[in-house]
Ligand binder design. Structure first.
Ligand code: TYD
Length: 149
């Protein structure tokens, strides 16, 4: 399946729209290389990249939802747990390989917990930073999910 099919026809808000992506690996005696191309490996055009690092022991990140943003989260180093929530169901994905990405669909509340020492979370995002796309309060997210169903 072409990865871009992941987002076509998806309208219902569901954690089932969040998928693990196993990217290509080119390994030889010199090490490994994983390429990610927007629109094929990642199911959207990549407009922004950011990364989270130097996370203190016990700290959590994210804790928000997005109206329209699509993302792929990758544990480029170390590991962490991504909790996804569609307002009624929850699921936890453990990311611990640089060739594994978690596609996070729009209208999903996400939290990132249990960062290992030195973990780096890379995020590929479908849009430039836009604070108005965020739900910063879980209650606001739940209300919006309710209104769209
Ligand atoms: P924040 O949303 O709190 O990070 P997390 O993903 O853990 O929830 O973002 C921390 C700060 O970084 C906040 O002041 C907004 C800023 N920021 C940008 O300027 N650009 C970006 O692309 C992102 C993701 C955050």
């Amino acid at each position: 399946m072409v990865r871009s099919e992941l987002v076509t026809g998806v309208s219902a808000i569901s954690i089932n729209n969040c998928k693990l992506l196993d990217f290509s690996r080119f390994s030889d005696a010199r090490g490994a290389l994983t390429p990610i191309e927007g629109g094929t490996d990642a199911p959207f055009d990549i407009k922004r990249i950011y990364y989270i690092y130097d996370v203190p022991n016990g700290a959590s990140r994210a804790g928000h939802g997005h109206r329209e943003l699509q993302q792929v989260l990758i544990a480029i180093n170390g590991s962490f747990d991504v909790h996804v929530d569609d307002g009624s169901e929850r699921k936890v994905f453990h990311l611990d390989r640089p060739h594994l990405g978690l596609y996070v669909a729009p209208m999903i509340w996400r939290e990132i917990h249990l960062f290992s020492l030195g973990a780096v979370c890379v995020s590929l995002a479908s849009a430039h930073y836009d604070e108005s796309d965020y739900f910063r309060r879980y209650e606001d997210f739940q209300n919006a999910v309710g209104e769209s169903s």
